[in-house]
Each structure stands twice: as C-alpha cells, then as structure tokens.
Design a protein around this ligand. Structure first.
Ligand SMILES: [Mg+2]
Length: 275
C-alpha cells in the first residue's frame, strides 16, 4: 500500500516541498502529476504573499505541473478572502496595504479602496505582507491608522525565508515592528493559522476530513497548521527540517517522507505512522 492511498486530498506547501528556489525537488513534478491523473485533489499552499495565485501557477506550469490559479492558495489571497467573508459591507471602506503589488491586487479585488499618504492614516483596514521595499513611512502610516481604530490583518508570521545569501527578514519581522509600535496583534491568515486551511478547504467541506493531508517542510507552520485544522500532517525532509529537528521538537508529524516520491512508495501493509 502507498501513503497516497490513505488520502483523497493533498494540501501541498510549495517552497521546500515542490521546489527549492527555482528548481523542482527530486520527483516532485512526476509525483504531483500522477496524483492528479489518479483523481486526487491537489491544492498548493504558500505563506509567501509576494506573488498572486496566477503567478505561482505560471511558475508551477513552467516546471511541468498541471495546475490552474484556483489550485494555489497564497496567504495574501487567504487574508483577502477572509476579509471579504467577515465584512460583507466593505464597498465604501478604505485599506492601507503594506506589501507587494500582488498583495495590493488581491486586496483591491475585495472591493476595498486602496489609499496611501495622508489618507492612509484614516484607513478602515490595514493589511501587512512582507516586501523588499519596506520603509519607515509604511510602518508609521500603518501604526497611525491602527491606533486610530483600523482593523489589523497580516498575511503570515514567518520571521525569515531562505535565500542564497542565507535567511533574510520575512513578513513576521516587518509585522513585529508595526505590532510593537501600535500595541496590537494582527489577525493572520498564513499557516499555522486556520484561515489558510479554511480557504483551501472551502469547496471540500462535504468530504471526510480524515482523507485530507498537508505535506510541508516545516514543523511550526505546516505540521502545526495541520494539527490546528484537524488534518493529517506529513513532513517532507526536502526543505528546511532535518530528522534531528523532529526529534528535538514537541510538534510531531503523522508521517515523514524524504521527498514527495515517498507518497507513491509501495510498502507491505498500511504505511507506518511516525512514532
Ligand atoms: Mg515550505
């Protein structure tokens, strides 16, 4: 029996599982295409808010993976979806977005009017997503708006992300500066928060939760997110976590695979759970 046989729907983290930087991980393209042609539902999840779902699906297609933008949930799209569902009456409300052009596009689609400069100080919503042009002025305007009563959201809390230069600041680092200045915590969409999973599973609520699994390379976001959402968590060792890290951590995955090919490896009997 193969591990993949235990599930109907896979939520697959991108960086560290499907690819590292620009290169697909060993066997990722073939495995995902086999899962899809055998009728499994595959949804991609990423905490990285710097690109839109369409941009990520282009990247995956260029690698040879069959995918459409609707199959990719980003933390930016998830927070936009959450705001649209939580505030049905936002047509005349304004938002100050600290983030990439892609995040601004996602928020604009909610119907919120995007504001900047002086108007940002009186925004009804502030949404924070990490971006490389983060500036003191953005920190200041966001702080003034939130202290003035704006609703406060962020895409994710990842403190840093890997680059060829090493780990560099991500959304969590920029968000912490604004939270420190305004004395409030943002509502966050990205893994391990459940908002991301609610968005990913919105069209599949009629299905049996036991047949869902998340596959990720991080214990604190992917595996803990699976726990929070009540679905099976599979850790892939193709990214930022080692077997030693798992031993040291209190957060344990249900299954561990070397990389995505581990889903399709035949084993005698039912695949064994991680002890
Ligand atoms: Mg990852």
């Amino acid at each position: 029996m193969r591990l993949a046989d235990l599930f109907d729907c896979f939520l697959i983290d991108l960086d560290g599982v499907v690819y590292v930087g620009e290169s697909p991980t060993e066997g990722a393209v073939e495995t995902i295409n086999i899962l899809k042609t055998s009728g499994k539902i595959v949804i991609f999840l990423t905490n990285d808010p710097r690109k839109t779902s369409a941009e990520y699906s282009d990247k995956l297609r260029e690698m040879g993976i069959v995918v459409s933008p609707g199959d990719v949930v980003t933390s930016g799209m998830a927070i936009a979806y959450h705001i649209r569902n939580s505030y049905p009456d936002i047509e005349n409300k304004s938002a100050y977005v600290v983030g990439s052009g892609s995040l601004k596009d996602e928020i604009r689609l909610t119907g919120l009017e995007l504001v900047s400069g002086e108007d940002a100080k009186r925004a009804d919503f502030v949404i924070v997503g990490g971006h490389p042009d983060f500036h003191y002025e953005e920190m200041k305007l966001a702080t003034l708006a939130i202290r003035g009563g704006a609703e406060f959201f962020a895409t994710n809390r990842d403190p840093a992300y890997p680059t060829p230069e090493g780990l560099v600041p991500a959304t969590g680092a920029m968000l912490a500066s604004i939270e420190t200045a305004c004395g409030k915590k943002a509502v966050v969409a990205g893994k391990p928060e459940v908002i991301m999973f609610e968005v990913a599973l919105a069209e599949h609520l009629h299905r049996d939760r036991e047949r869902f699994a998340i596959i990720g390379d991080r214990l604190d976001t992917d595996v803990q997110g699976g726990r929070n959402a009540g679905i099976t968590a599979i850790l892939a060792l193709s990214g930022s976590t080692t077997e030693e890290d798992i031993k040291q951590s209190e957060t344990k995955p249900d299954y561990v695979i070397r990389d995505l090919r581990g889903l399709l490896t035949d084993s005698p009997g039912v695949p064994e759970k991680y002890a």
